[in-house]
Design a protein around this ligand. Structure first.
Ligand code: SF4
Length: 210
């Protein structure tokens, strides 16, 4: 498999993106264009970014093997949109086996087949669903909310609510408390119990993600 670009690899994360100690491996590339995206590097040219094959990434992050095993942690794949690279993640899982837990931070803006493939190899998902109102979703991301919500339903059926945390942001000048209430209620009605509601902060008139 060819080496693919990453915008960053961050070690020794605790309780941020998965069980135990994790290393975040953030892929380049995302189909959305969120107005307040903090990861602009993943939307720009990949020239100059470090590239890894699954084997090279496995060798690189393996320095923390003892931390992963002792805490039940492992690798969190983010981005960008990690499910665009589901073949890479599947190959990585083949290398690391069951001893490392894999997590994916995803907006689920991908073909359903990618979700189904990811469900076979990723232990826990953190889904940035953003909004349930399709007009707000499109205005904020440029994408189609129906794709993400259909995939969320499929993911729930495949892995169960214990393995999915869904993030519901209150976004300044984009949605309201009432909008986030509606999104959280829809998730609750679907059977989700891990619903993470939070607010983007405004810093010097620029909202940013916490
Ligand atoms: S889904 Fe995430 S990485 Fe992609 S544009 Fe939105 S905030 Fe940025």
């Amino acid at each position: 498999m060819e080496a693919v670009p990453f915008i960053g690899i961050d070690r020794h994360r605790l309780g941020i993106d998965g069980v135990g100690v994790t290393t975040l491996a953030a892929f380049h590339g995302c189909p959305l264009r969120c107005k307040y995206c903090l990861n602009h590097r993943c939307l720009e040219s990949p020239d100059g970014l470090p590239r890894y094959t699954p084997q090279q990434l496995y060798d690189f992050v393996g320095v923390d093997n003892l931390y992963f095993i002792a805490t039940g942690g492992g690798v969190c794949f983010g981005g960008g949109e990690p499910l665009l690279r589901v073949d890479f993640i599947a190959e990585f899982k083949r290398l690391c086996g069951k001893s490392w837990n894999l997590t994916a931070e995803t907006a689920l803006q991908v073909p359903q087949q990618a979700v189904e493939q990811a469900a076979e190899v990723v232990g826990d998902f953190i889904v940035d669903i953003k909004e349930s109102n399709p007009d707000i979703y499109r205005a904020y991301t440029g994408g189609d909310a129906a794709v993400a919500w259909r995939n969320l339903e499929r993911l729930l059926a495949l892995v169960g609510h214990d393995h999915v945390t869904v993030r519901v942001p209150l976004i300044p000048d984009i949605n309201t408390e009432a909008d986030t209430d509606r999104t959280a209620q829809r998730l609750s009605d679907m059977g989700f119990t891990r619903i993470d509601r939070f607010s983007y902060r405004k810093i010097e008139n620029q909202p940013s993600q916490p």
